[in-house]
Design a binder for this molecule. Structure first.
Ligand code: SAH
Length: 215
């Protein structure tokens, strides 16, 4: 595989298209987001491969296919105010920021949040707002949101987050169901009723509830 990031990112986009991602705006956002900036030094040569990679604090940067599929499932437009739970490396937030008006992202590890902050500054992504804390509680001060994306597996339907979704809004979240995690999509109608859809099975680190880690 080529060492040139431009060629490698085009190859990644082609792989995502063959895997079924068809939304041109999503593919364009992936193409304009240098994943090499979000993976640790030792994994640079794998930055554009379609696989998850380890990041600091024992966490994971998601597989590009999962980032693309979850972004596509969220049905974003450039007027959307988006909440992301689990900043991690910041890669998913950076992709969302290219498609949405503003992204609010919450991470419980200070180390990860600080690293992501530096990457957002380097990429001049000025429409991302960060907070360190327990994302299981959402971001009530900024609610309601047009879209919500959870990038850690919730133990059950994340009702506290769905309360922060605007009528007409869409949320995607991996939810643990026995031995498997299923990516769920929740759509809130204008009366506040929530419709659920099962999209596909995924593997995420758990959404850890409670006090944020000092790390
Ligand atoms: N979206 C990330 C990948 C997330 S991995 C990326 O693009 O790289 C899941 C992240 O969720 C981890 O960083 C983990 O620390 C974080 N997390 C888990 N439980 C959380 C909680 N309750 N509040 C905020 N972040 C949480």
């Amino acid at each position: 595989m080529s060492r040139d990031p431009d060629i490698r990112v085009v190859q990644l986009v082609m792989a995502l298209r063959s895997a079924g991602i068809s939304d041109k705006a999503v593919l364009g956002a992936i193409e304009r987001t240098p994943r090499e900036l979000f993976v640790p030094g030792g994994f640079q040569d794998q930055a554009y491969e379609n696989r998850p990679l380890p990041i600091d604090c024992g966490q994971t940067i998601s597989q590009p296919f999962v980032v693309a599929a979850m972004t596509e499932a969220l049905q974003l437009d450039d007027r959307c105010k988006v909440l992301e739970i689990g900043t991690g490396s910041g890669y998913q937030a950076a992709v969302l920021a290219r498609l949405a008006r503003r992204v609010y992202t919450v991470e419980r590890y200070r180390t990860l949040a600080k690293e992501a902050e530096a990457r957002f500054a380097e990429l001049r992504l000025s429409n991302i707002v960060q907070r360190i804390g327990d994302g299981a509680a959402g971001w009530p001060e900024q609610a309601p949101f047009d879209r919500i994306m959870v990038t850690a597996a919730a133990p059950e339907r994340p009702d506290r987050l769905l309360e922060q979704l605007r009528p007409g809004g869409v949320a995607v979240a991996p939810v643990q169901r026995g031995d498997v995690q299923t990516l769920m999509r929740y759509t809130k109608d204008e009366d506040g009723a929530v419709r659920e859809e099962q999209l596909f099975d995924v593997r995420f680190v758990p959404l850890v509830e409670g006090a944020a880690r000092a790390l």
